[in-house]
Write a protein of this length. Sequence first.
Length: 302
Amino acid sequence: MAGSQPYRIKNITEIHRLMGLPKPLHPLIGWVDLSQLPNNSGIDSVIFDLYVISLKRGCDKLYYGQQKYDFDEGLMAFLSPGQILRGEHNGVPINLEGWMLFIHPDFFWGTSLASKIKKYEFFDYSVSEALFLSDKEEVIINEIVKNIRHEYNSNIDKFSQDIILSHVETLLNYAERFYQRQFITRKITNHRILECLEGLLTDYFNSNDLVHKGLPTVQYISDNLNISPTYLRGLLKTLTGLNTQQHIHEKLIQKAKEKLSTTELSVSEIAYELGFEHSQSFSKLFKSKVKESPLAFRARFN
């Protein structure tokens, strides 16, 4: 099955068949023990038409963004339907431990979690932006999953779905809490990202790119930092209180203030140099941020 095209998995039954497991007890939800996986399935990458939540142990090194880490703690990753999961280069590590929880989108139909699940932005993070768990956090997560497995292995009745969903939502809420902790505690990497962001914006605003390309987009920033837009937004919001777009505007206003106070360029000329087609749009943004017009700001320096 190896090749350039990812292998697409559409349902829980297919996962069990692929891994040589007995038929699933529920058609829309499944759980797999990673230590039971074959060392080499022959599959380089897969696309799941499912939500996938995993906790993994047993790799000596992992790339997290641009930095390589040793880790002994559990590592969680979240995939939404349609995302690609790439396998290990040399098959499944022999000391791999952990689990994968698979949930078909249909399992959420008609429930409050069907719409609420979109608020959990970590489903849109890349795999390299995984969640590093402390020992205490791993115990909490595994206890929740233990409850899900217990209900999964019980006889299905009219209460089964609601009970499993309540445990899944609890798991997601804890994951969101732990991600907020990670933004703060992974200081070396996160502060480096802030430094790179500042340098990237400074270089962009000091070049001629603004005239020709306009303001940098959130996608441009995240691509250059090699971080997904949603992860970058969550990180910045936690560390600085501002999202990526607001950081771009802050740098823009800083540059505008510099030009207004140190040059004789007209407001229209400054707006053009800052990538605005219409000076009115620039003046409106400036006033919303500074609480006075560009001309009123300039008047304070004359």
